[in-house]
Design a protein. Structure first.
Length: 278
């Protein structure tokens, strides 16, 4: 373990210094709060990156987790610190499988979105429109494909529309994450699917700009691929909640890491992995 790879950088930070770049899902936050209260641990640390020329940390992965701990009033949390410049760190996009909502209700809710303009087209045309900023997103269902027209072709403007679209079905339907836009592949896995919402690919500079402007992309859209991700650290809630200083907690974390190493408790798996208990 000592020579196979670099260890992940774990750090205690104040929860109020965490800056999200994506919206949170209130239902998932409440479930996480209940889970943390039952288990009394931080299982997996949020992934964060230091914002240049700032003392704050942008959350790359774990916005709902971070919000859960903030709502619980926990003063400090252990995070994994990474950088977009780190080898292997990649930014991709999740798409939304919208399920358990009638097609009529889905379309009715879309009509309430101010400024939304939809145009029917082929899947190939939709992909090209999204890649060239002609479209802010596209929506696939049994009837075909519709692009969300982007009148200005500007990221921040489009984000406002995308958040309104997601708000139109969030809380009214189940949302699952998908990594492809093929309706025929998704439908067999989700019998109650009503729509597949496809979002644009953002760059790291886009995400940083979004966070600095106080904006958020919809929940469950950005997908950060983090090599050497730290999992199952199981930090006791009592330590996170203690009235120790940040320096004392950092010293505790340093000793904890050394104890894990001495006990040969760390394992590095280089294989691609499927997890069935998330």
């Amino acid at each position: 373990m000592r020579t196979s790879t670099n260890l992940p950088v774990l750090k205690f930070v104040p929860t109020d210094l965490l800056v999200p770049h994506e919206d949170t899902d209130p239902r998932r936050v409440e479930k996480l709060i209940k889970r943390v209260m039952d288990e009394q641990i931080l299982k997996n640390p949020p992934i964060v990156s230091l914002i240049p020329e700032d003392d704050k940390y942008m959350i790359l992965d774990g916005a709902n987790r971070s919000m859960a701990f903030k709502k619980m009033g926990v003063p400090h949390i252990v995070v994994q610190l990474v950088s977009y410049a780190d080898p292997g760190v990649e930014l991709d996009t999740w798409y939304h499988v919208v399920s358990g909502m009638s097609p009529e209700l889905f379309d009715h809710e879309l009509t309430k979105v101010t400024g939304l303009k939809l145009e029917s087209c082929s899947l190939t045309t939709a992909r090209e429109a999204l890649a060239t900023n002609v479209a802010a997103a596209y929506i696939i269902n049994d009837e075909g494909v519709r692009i969300v027209v982007s009148p200005e072709g500007k990221i921040l403007h489009d984000i406002h529309i995308l958040n309104k679209i997601v708000d139109s079905y969030k809380g009214k339907a189940d949302i699952f994450r998908a990594s492809n836009d093929i309706w025929e592949i998704q439908k067999p896995y989700y019998p109650d699917i009503v729509a597949l919402v496809v979002f644009p690919h953002y760059s790291p500079s886009d995400i940083l700009m979004i966070a600095k402007n106080g904006e958020k992309v919809p929940s469950g859209v950005t997908r950060h691929i983090i090599p050497h991700r730290a999992l199952h650290i199981n930090i006791p809630l009592s330590i996170l909640n203690s009235n120790w200083t940040l320096e004392q907690k950092e010293k505790w974390l340093e000793n904890w890491m050394m104890e894990r190493m001495a006990a040969n408790a760390l394992r590095y798996y280089s294989e691609s992995t499927f997890s069935f208990d998330e």
